[in-house]
Design a protein around this ligand. Structure first.
Ligand SMILES: [Zn+2]
Ligand SMILES: [Zn+2]
Ligand SMILES: [Zn+2]
Ligand SMILES: [Zn+2]
Ligand SMILES: [Zn+2]
Length: 217
């Protein structure tokens, strides 16, 4: 049986781990935790790690770093000896393509344009990067007439490329009760019924934060 990630339950392909050695979490989940949630703790034992090592999951043959102090400190983005260092997640990679993949997930770019770039005709076009979310939102609206949900952007711990994009009608449906086309069927949505809205100030909330907000009134 294939190993699965202890956090997202996807098949383990690449893992990342710190000095505690827990290598059962996929590198995407580790990067999401470190980059999006600013949480440098191991998801299994909660030990904080200043650096992690990302490598291919090979079950019991997965490459082990026994002593993290052998990894160079004070390094800059890019190639370091046999590894590649990614500053945003403080991670060393032993595979260039995988390093590039995680690096690009942490960048603010338009996933609609990025998908089009996979097609050979656009091969030479440079991937556009945005300086902030607002710039990306403006681009999505002007170029593709698409929207991201602001409530999800704040509350959903996901990479920008994992955030969903909606047409205006889909976004309205998403906020009110979840959108079949983008969010998936009721089963896929796992109980998502739209964002709860405060009746006093018409702000919508991402799950939990709603309960805290009621104290405002
Ligand atoms: Zn995972
Ligand atoms: Zn651990
Ligand atoms: Zn675009
Ligand atoms: Zn949302
Ligand atoms: Zn309110």
């Amino acid at each position: 049986m294939d190993d699965t990630c202890a956090v997202c339950a996807d098949i383990l392909n690449w893992v990342a781990y710190g000095p505690c050695g827990h290598n059962e979490v996929c590198s995407t989940c580790v990067a999401r935790c470190r980059f999006i949630s600013h949480d440098r703790c191991c998801s299994i034992c909660k030990t904080p790690s200043n650096i992690v090592f990302a490598t291919k999951d090979l079950g019991q043959y997965t490459k082990r770093i026994g002593d993290f102090s052998v990894l160079p400190s004070d390094v800059e983005e890019g190639r370091v000896g046999n590894y590649w260092y990614h500053a945003d997640t403080q991670a060393f990679f032993d595979d260039l393509d995988h390093y590039k993949m995680i690096k690009s997930m942490c960048e603010l770019s338009c996933s609609v344009c990025y998908r089009m770039e996979d097609q050979p005709i656009d091969k030479f076009r440079r991937k556009e990067k945005f300086k902030d979310i607002q710039e990306l939102k403006d681009h999505l609206f002007h170029k593709h007439n698409l929207f991201m949900c602001s409530t999800c952007l704040e509350g959903r711990k996901a990479f920008i490329c994992e955030q969903r994009m909606y047409t205006r009608a889909q976004l309205t449906r998403h906020i009110n009760r979840g959108d079949e086309e983008v969010d998936g069927t009721e089963i896929d949505r796992g109980g998502f019924m739209g964002h709860p809205m405060c009746e006093f100030c018409s702000i919508s909330f991402y799950g939990e934060s709603e309960h805290l907000h009621t104290y405002v009134h």
